[in-house]
Design a protein around this ligand. Sequence first.
Ligand code: ACM
Length: 504
Amino acid sequence: MPALVPRPTQAAFRPGHFSLDDDTALHIGAGAEPAADLLRTLLAPATGLALPRSPEGQFTLALDSALGHLGEEGYILSVDPHTALLRAAHPTGLLRGIQTIRQLLPLEALSAIPRPGTRWLLPCAEITDIPQHPWRGAMLDVARHFQPVSYLRRYVDLLALHKISVFHLHLTDDQGWRMPVAAYPKLTEIGGHRTQSQTGPAGGDAFDGVPHGGAYTRAELEGLVRYAAARGVTVMPEIEMPGHVRAALAAYPRLGNHPERALDVWTRWGVCDTVLGVHDEVLDFCRTVLDEVMDVFPSPYIHVGGEECPTTEWTHSVAARERAVSQGLADPEALHGWFLARIGDFLVGRGRRPIGWAETGAELPLDFTVMTWRDPAHTLTAARRGHPVVSAYHRATYLDYAQTGGAHEPRAQPGPVVDLRAVHAHDPVPEDADDRAAGRVLGTQTQLWTEFVTTPAHIEYLTYPRLCALADRGWSGATDWADFSSRLAEHTARLDALGVERHP
Ligand code: ACM
């Protein structure tokens, strides 16, 4: 049986093959056109196959409303020597099935250049495949180090191969603002550039003396959203607030708690004391920014950060203290929840779902979906409170940590080693969750913070093969280590064929 990653729910292989060749045509059912387009796009470079549409086509792609039990992403693939049939209840299911077809074909199918002489054989099989968790994500921080959109498309290609459903794009932070907002042009003009970067961990005093920066155009981001959607991947934007906003405050100091003070885009790493003010203009700013974000990103979820927000500035600000009193809050610290509740209400009013990083699992407004990262116990706390939860537990999903303790590893975020086994073993559902709480756990995702990661090669070294383990866990549920590692051994040949500069 070919080694598939993630592992399908049920797969039975039989002797024999269906051959894709110049005579193969696609029988495309109503609504299956995007899947046919993706199949052609993915196979054309290596195979040169045209795969024309024909009602007599031997290869059928079809939506079938009787298959509702497969959910949004499930599919059934049936292959015999004369026909291939891919069915799903929803278009996304067909897109997932196409990635399976791609993994079932010879390795040469992944080539970016023509591979004449290869026989494009699909093994005879009956596969029924339904993911365990709907949220199988990957977060990439393009705020600390900018990456061009051409690389983001490549990143999405690799996510799609692993049936990842959410590409979480961390667009803003203290060290850079990457998305243009028409009403606030200085966010990218000023906030998109810093003079240099700290070279060591937070707190040190060594700098590289080299400017860093970049910003996307709106058209680039819209194009990325379409590109990802064609591959079944939702791009979820993250705009940090009320902390991690130093780049925005460098552009518009009046949005902070010290409007008279000029700030630079932060050149250090760590948690910055500088946070948004809580005056009306700031809320208007956030709403305007989020309106443009929602215009560009159709994602049902909009991430507004929320973590690591020191409240020192609010405690010392007369205006913030007055705001706390006028809102009946116990103290200025409570402005954090007050602020996010306003933002959450706004997003809900626009038909979107707010999501934020949890510090404890108990501090975000109840209409937030919660991303827990510090401790798996927070997943349970949040789920018991009624939040939908995504587990981003740092010891199992933070790819900026080194993947071995070896001295040969490139510079990594100081912290624990997160090895492949740790990622593979991570169950996003806490052990002691009852059915109700477990039902609120949407899934899990990888995190790649990029303080020390500047190049696509380094991104891929940190991401692969650990992302394969997370994708497998999220889609297939628990698999034993021996099964996963033997499938991965074959799967790495696919990564190599795609030129992924993976960890050995
Ligand atoms: C985080 O690691 N700042 C969520």
